[in-house]
Design a protein around this ligand. Sequence first.
Ligand SMILES: C[S@@+](CC[C@H](N)C(=O)[O-])C[C@H]1O[C@@H](n2cnc3c(N)ncnc32)[C@H](O)[C@@H]1O
Length: 310
Amino acid sequence: MAQKNLHVAKQQKLDEFYTQIGDIERECSRYREQFKGKVIFLNCDDPVESNFWRYFALNFTRLGLKKLVATHFDREKSTYKLELTGDMNEDGTVNDDDIVKTPLKQNGDFRSDECIEILKEADVVVTNPPFSLFREYVAQLMEHDKKFLIIGSKNAATYKEIFQLIKQNTLWLGYGFAGGNAYFKTPHIKEFASGVYDEKTGLVKFRNISWFTNLDTSKRHEELTLFKQYNPDEYPKYDNYDAIEVSKVANIPVDYDGTMGVPITFLDSYNPEQFEILGNEYDLNIEKGRGYINGKRMYSRIFIKRRQQS
Ligand SMILES: C[S@@+](CC[C@H](N)C(=O)[O-])C[C@H]1O[C@@H](n2cnc3c(N)ncnc32)[C@H](O)[C@@H]1O
């Protein structure tokens, strides 16, 4: 039991890291048109700490928002929400003086009744939710049919539930972090190994982080330019599944019409008009859970097929 509590405490600490405003700006500026006239809800954001709040509050007028709401979470006690609806005091600008703070009866948990009521009124949810609750967090957004733009570990794309959403084209990856690296501020530096934590900047570095969204991106309509032609020597078939192994996304052959096993990084350049995702080892029921070539176990793959051009 003590061991379990320790694990939960550690997990909670690992949920506590804060996104940089530059990263928020870089991604959010790409969806400007989709934020216009909308109610934006930040449901995992202590407004005092959160750069999500800062970004949307500072850009309220420029983005043409209808309303901005953030709920503060505390494990132990009841908290509050902040709302910004425009130039309430009619001083000619939308600023901190227009913010309305209201107490919540509950603790600001995104699953609490109060937060769900706010969620129902919201158009777009934007945040970096706790990674340990990512599945549950996305399931709630889906249940309430919400638009969202959230940060998560790229590994989450391989979770059974999340992968199904990607396959059904109801969720996809956003534009991503500069150079594929995300740097976060954290109060729990001891939990991170040196090399991950940079003393000079006070930030921790994660390589495998992405934006997950169901807002449209121009990226998912861009064709992946392919250069390689298929030949059976370079693209062997799996022993246990009728597909060819493609070890790098850039090497996807331009002229192969059958099934191809590609690395998970394919999701960064996935255009559903160009390719169809058939599944992963799990949903395709691939024997021994992986593709094998000449008896050698391959990396985890996504199985895709080129869409026929009409
Ligand atoms: C990864 S941090 C990100 C914080 C902020 N969104 C940002 O990006 O700077 C996740 C935050 O969610 C909060 N949190 C944890 N569990 C929560 C829950 N059940 N409901 C709402 N917020 C929660 C944590 O306290 C933490 O501040």
